[in-house]
Design a protein around this ligand. Structure first.
Ligand code: NDP
Length: 315
């Protein structure tokens, strides 16, 4: 495993990190989840991503409890808040009230003293960004959070956060969590250049397009795969198109020529962008996490890059 530093910080993250959405406490029970988490740690993964709402808090519990076997300074727990956790007027969003109560609830659920990376899970149009950022800064000063990030913000929203931080705060947010894969490249034109210039790193989720870029759907739909999960959300269905499956089939031959699996080349490809610090994958078995952490290329040869562009950028 190689590690990259999040820009503007001293925090080193594994090039591959492990998420918990739709897997731990859903596809997998606690014992099965712990096996995947332990395997990931032993393979060198040091970032474990969760959120207050994943599996209604169950994912946080499972991740933190599995990690208790390891020294606290050797792993990074990232969690998030924004999405509704109840029906109250203040049970969602990025207000001081909601963030403070959610950080407390996450710490209790995870039996942790601090969260390594806390993300605003989405942008809140109803709360002033300054209120959100000052709240997070207070939580950092109290030692409940170590680093701050945001997730699914656009360039203008990142700009606002940077402006406020520069004027009033101790430091800027250091990381943006966003979707990025060969079939979802929306961050390339604006977010990446802006982030590069402002010391914000990306930790990118769904680098395998929720499994489509592993080739697992190239011939049939395997039982117990995400495509058969009744809780699969609209984001999966949006990616699960005939066109994307055809691209995955063509991508398979490029990966095989290099002696790699599709997932290894898809992960290598997101990491070829040096503003990306970590590819945040999901895994529903120890075999998947083994595959997703081995043979990741340090550099993709130019002719291979051209072939990949041809497949995925063709109109
Ligand atoms: P991926 O694109 O890595 O998809 C993971 C899924 O693909 C696995 O659960 C598994 O599904 C399948 N898979 C993975 N590896 C293999 C393999 N080698 N062979 C075959 N199948 C494989 O990422 P996710 O979409 O799961 O997202 C990762 C994490 O990112 C989440 O857990 C969450 O922590 C975070 N996230 C954050 C969001 C945000 O808004 N900030 C939004 C979404 C995710 P299966 O076996 O069930 O088919």
């Amino acid at each position: 495993m190689r590690y990259r530093k999040l820009e503007n910080s001293g925090l080193k993250v594994s090039e591959v990190s492990l998420g918990s959405y739709l897997t731990f406490g859903e596809r997998l029970n606690e014992e099965e989840s712990a096996r995947v988490i332990h395997k990931a740690f032993h393979l060198g993964i040091n970032v474990f991503d969760t959120a207050n709402v994943y599996q209604s808090g169950r994912a946080e519990q499972i991740v933190a409890s599995a990690l208790k076997s390891f020294p606290r300074n050797e792993y990074i727990v990232a969690t998030k808040a924004y999405w509704p956790v109840g029906n109250g007027a203040n049970s969602r969003g990025l207000s001081r009230k909601h963030i403070t109560s959610q950080v407390e609830a996450s710490l209790v659920r995870m039996k942790l003293d601090y969260i390594d990376i806390f993300y605003c899970h989405s942008f809140d149009t109803e709360t002033p960004v300054e209120e959100t950022l000052r709240t997070i800064e207070n939580l950092i000063m109290q030692g409940k959070i170590l680093y701050a990030g945001v997730s699914n913000w656009n360039k203008e929203q990142l700009e606002e956060a940077v402006k406020i931080a520069d004027a009033h705060l101790w430091r800027r947010i250091i990381v943006h969590q966003c979707e990025y894969s060969l079939i979802k490249r929306d961050i390339e034109p604006e977010i990446i250049p802006y982030s590069k210039n402002n010391g914000i790193s990306q930790i990118v989720f769904s680098p395998l397009a929720q499994g489509i870029l592993t080739g697992k759907y190239n011939k049939l739909i395997p039982k117990n795969s995400r495509a058969t999960n009744s809780n699969t959300n609209k984001f999966f269905n949006r990616l699960f198109t005939k066109g994307n499956l055809e691209k995955a089939a063509q991508f398979e031959s490029v990966a095989r020529e290099l002696g790699l699996t599709l997932s290894q080349l898809a992960i290598s490809w997101v990491l070829a962008n040096k503003n990306v610090s970590s590819a945040l994958v999901g895994a529903s078995s120890t075999q998947q996490i083994e595959e997703n952490t081995s043979s990741i290329l340090e550099e993709i040869p130019e002719d291979v890059m051209r072939k990949i562009e041809y497949i995925f950028n063709r109109k």
